[in-house]
Design a protein around this ligand. Sequence first.
Ligand SMILES: [Zn+2]
Length: 153
Amino acid sequence: MFKGGLADSSEEVTKLHTATHLLHASLRKILGEGVSQKGSNITYERLRFDFSHPQKLTDEELTKVEDLINLQIEKKLPVSFEVVSLDEAVKSGALHFFAEKYGEEVKVYTIEDFSREVCGGPHIKNTSEIGHVKIIKQEKVGSGLLRIYAKLG
Ligand SMILES: [Zn+2]
């Protein structure tokens, strides 16, 4: 995903991109580290995130994930990046998308101690810019594969 940066880097899309990192980290914190990203797609009006998980989330889990994302927004966390070797990034525990092909040097985007992910960007500078994230739908799209849609506002 996001190879060398998004094709569309409009403000809304950039916010949704940072929201995707928060969603990914939140899913792992609520559901466990078995969650791994299988795909992602962003339009100007919503994000879509595919990940591995054996069954649909309960309403309670969905609420927990959404609340955890919005808590990071309320905390006004800075979003920063550093350029390191892919090896270093992986050793430091940065999440990376296995289907992606990375160069030897990669950007690691960090949202304080909440999220650390290899990514080409672009991202907003502070989570407070996102405003509010609402999960609008989840679907089971394959065996052990879920899809979540979320929007801003
Ligand atoms: Zn990213």
